[in-house]
Design a protein around this ligand. Structure first.
Ligand code: HEC
Ligand code: HEC
Ligand code: HEC
Ligand code: HEC
Ligand code: HEC
Length: 396
C-alpha cells in the first residue's frame, strides 16, 4: 500500500513537471524553431542525449544564434546595426589599374560565397563599391572550349620612349579575353616581356630595355582561358619605324560618371569567368567578403521536379561563433579570457577536430562543443588539461 502511494505520488510529481514544462516559454514561446526542427530534428535529438546541454539550445533559441538579421539578446540599436553592416571584411582578389569599359576576371570558386564586391574608380576619380550576387558554380552555364586559337589583329608599334632606359610600346587586339606577352630580340626572339596575366581583348605592353639604333624582331602571343594559344607573324621595329601614337582618352569622358554596371557569369571548370561592363572606362577591383557563409541549397528529397530552394540566411561564422556568445556572456573578456580570433603561434599546431574560422583563427567553438556535450562546461575534451594540450603541447 505504502509502495503504491509512493508510486502515485511520483507519477503526480511527474505530471506537474510535464505540465510546467509545457507551459513554460521554453517550449511554448519558440514555435519558430519548429521550422528548423522539421529538417534538423536528427541533430536536435542527438544533442538532447548529452549530459550537458547549452541552455539557449534547450530553450530552442535557434533564431537568436543562427538567423541573419535576427535581433541580438541585448536589443541592438541603430548604431549597432550600422556597425554590423560594416563588419564585412573585403579581401581584394584582383585589381585592374588600366581603365577599360569591360573587365574580365577568372576566379576560383572555392571560399567565395554569395557575392562578389566590385570597386570602380571612374574618370572622375571617385571610387565606389557595389556587389554582384554569385550563385554556386554548379548553377551557372559553362563556357565550352571550342578549341580554336585566339585571333590576333591590329598589332601596332607606338614608338620608342626614353626614360632611364629605352623602352618600346606594342599593342594588339584579340577576339576574346586572353593574356599577353611580347617575344623579341635582335635577329632572334630570345627576350620576352613580362606576361600580362590579366584577361583583356586589347593588350598594351612595354618592353625594356631597348637599344636605340638597332632593329628588333618581335611577335606577340596571347593565350585564352582554355589554354588555346596564338603567336603572331614576326614583325620588326627600329628607331626609324613610324610610330602610331597611343590614343588619348576623349576629354568628354572625364565628365562621365560610372553609373551602370552589367555583368555576366560563366563557369570554366571550377572557375568563375566574370565579365563586368561599365558605361565609361574605369579601374576595377574585385573582392570577396571573408565573413560570409556558404549559401546552402536544399534539394527536395521527394519530388524530382521541385526546384531546389535556398536555406534561410544564416549569420556569418564570426557572429555565431563569437559575437552572439558575448551578448549573453558579457563577462567573458574580463574573467576567463583566453585569447580568441588568433591563429596558431609559431610551432603550434591546432588539432584537426577543433573548428576554426576560414582564416585559421580560433573562436569560442574551438574549445566548446556546440549545443551539447558529454563533458563539463561543454569543452571538446574530457578534461581541461587534454583540451589545452591539443594546442599547448608543453602543458602536459
Ligand atoms: C528545408 C530543410 C531545412 C530547414 C527548414 C532548415 N534547414 Fe538548416 N540546413 C538544411 C540543410 C540541407 C543543410 C546543409 C546540410 C547540413 O549541414 O545538415 C543545413 C545546414 C544548416 C546549418 C549549417 C550551416 C553550415 O555552415 O554548415 C545551420 C547552422 C542550419 N542549417 C541552421 C538552421 C536553422 C537555425 C534553421 C531554422 C531557422 C534551419 N536551419 C532550417 C536544411 C534545412
Ligand atoms: C547559443 C547559440 C546557438 C543556439 C541557441 C543554437 N545553435 Fe546551432 N550552432 C551554434 C554554433 C556556434 C554552431 C557551430 C558553428 C557554426 O555553425 O558556425 C552551430 C551549428 C549548428 C548546425 C550545424 C551542424 C552542427 O550540428 O554542427 C546546425 C544544423 C544547427 N546549429 C542547428 C541549430 C538548431 C536547429 C537550433 C535550435 C534548436 C540551434 N542550432 C541552436 C550555436 C547555436
Ligand atoms: C541567449 C543567451 C546565450 C547565448 C547567445 C549564449 N549563451 Fe552560453 N549560456 C547561456 C546560459 C543561460 C547558460 C547557463 C547559465 C550559465 O552558466 O551562465 C550558458 C552556459 C554556457 C556555458 C557553460 C556550460 C553549459 O553548457 O552550461 C558555456 C561554455 C557557454 N554558455 C558558452 C557559450 C558560447 C560559446 C556561446 C556562443 C556560441 C554561447 N554560450 C551563447 C546563455 C547564452
Ligand atoms: C582555449 C579554450 C577556450 C576558449 C577559446 C573559450 N573557452 Fe569558455 N571555457 C573553457 C574552459 C576550459 C572552461 C571551463 C571552466 C574553466 O575551468 O575555466 C570554460 C568555461 C566557460 C563558461 C562557463 C562559465 C565558467 O567560467 O565556468 C562559459 C560561459 C564560457 N566558457 C564561455 C566562453 C565564450 C563565450 C567563449 C568565446 C568568447 C569561450 N568560452 C571561449 C575554455 C575555452
Ligand atoms: C585551439 C588552440 C588552443 C587551445 C585549445 C588552447 N590555447 Fe591557449 N593559446 C593559444 C594561442 C594561439 C595562444 C596565443 C595567442 C596570441 O597571443 O597570439 C594562446 C595563449 C594562451 C595563454 C596566454 C599566455 C601565453 O602562453 O602566451 C594562456 C595562459 C593559454 N593560452 C592557456 C590555455 C589554457 C589553460 C588552455 C586550456 C583551457 C588553452 N590555452 C587552450 C591556442 C590555444
Amino acid at each position: 500500500m505504502v509502495r503504491t502511494m509512493k508510486y502515485c505520488y511520483r507519477a503526480f510529481l511527474l505530471l506537474i513537471l510535464v505540465a510546467l514544462l509545457a507551459s513554460s516559454p521554453a517550449s511554448g514561446g519558440n514555435n519558430r524553431a519548429d521550422q528548423c526542427l522539421s529538417c534538423h530534428d536528427k541533430a536536435y535529438n542527438k544533442a538532447m542525449m548529452n549530459a550537458y546541454i547549452h541552455e539557449p539550445f534547450l530553450e530552442k533559441k535557434c533564431f537568436t544564434c543562427h538567423v541573419d538579421g535576427e535581433e541580438l539578446p541585448s536589443a541592438s540599436s541603430g548604431q549597432e546595426r550600422s556597425k554590423r553592416q560594416q563588419r564585412s571584411k573585403i579581401t581584394w582578389l584582383q585589381k585592374h589599374y588600366e581603365p577599360a569599359k569591360t573587365h574580365f576576371f577568372l576566379l576560383p570558386s572555392k571560399n567565395i560565397y554569395q557575392k562578389l564586391f566590385v570597386q570602380i574608380k571612374g574618370p572622375d576619380n571617385k571610387s565606389r563599391i557595389t556587389s554582384i550576387p554569385l550563385p554556386p558554380i554548379g548553377e551557372i552555364s559553362t563556357l565550352a572550349n571550342d578549341g580554336t586559337q585566339p585571333e590576333i589583329s591590329n598589332i601596332q608599334f607606338h614608338g620608342i620612349k626614353r626614360g632611364v632606359l629605352y623602352s618600346a610600346i606594342i599593342s594588339w587586339e584579340t577576339d576574346r579575353p586572353a593574356n599577353g606577352q611580347v617575344l623579341y630580340g635582335i635577329g632572334s626572339f630570345n627576350q620576352k616581356s613580362n606576361l600580362d596575366v590579366h584577361l583583356k581583348k586589347r593588350h598594351i605592353i612595354s618592353i625594356s630595355p631597348i637599344l636605340p639604333g638597332k632593329t628588333y624582331n618581335y611577335t606577340v602571343a596571347s593565350t585564352d582561358i582554355h589554354g588555346n594559344k596564338s603567336i603572331s607573324q614576326p614583325l620588326s621595329f627600329s628607331t626609324d619605324t613610324p610610330a602610331i601614337p597611343l590614343p588619348q582618352p576623349d576629354p568628354a569622358i572625364l565628365e562621365t560618371q560610372v553609373a551602370q554596371l552589367s555583368h555576366k557569369l560563366l563557369a570554366v571548370d571550377d572557375l568563375y569567368f566574370i565579365t563586368i561592363t561599365a558605361n565609361a572606362p574605369t579601374h576595377m577591383s574585385i573582392g570577396k567578403d571573408d565573413n560570409l557563409r556558404p549559401q546552402i541549397t536544399i534539394q527536395s528529397t521527394g519530388n524530382e521536379n521541385d526546384p531546389p530552394t535556398t536555406h534561410i540566411a544564416l549569420r556569418n561564422s564570426r557572429e555565431t561563433n563569437i559575437r552572439v556568445c558575448l551578448t549573453c556572456h558579457t563577462n567573458y573578456q574580463t574573467e576567463s579570457s583566453h585569447p580568441i580570433d588568433v591563429g596558431p603561434r609559431r610551432g603550434m599546431i591546432f588539432p584537426d577536430d577543433y573548428p576554426l574560422f576560414d582564416d585559421g583563427k580560433m573562436h569560442c567553438i574551438t574549445c566548446h562543443d556546440t549545443h551539447a556535450s558529454q563533458n563539463e562546461a561543454r569543452i571538446r575534451r574530457p578534461t581541461k588539461q587534454e583540451l589545452c594540450i591539443g594546442c599547448h603541447k608543453s602543458y602536459g
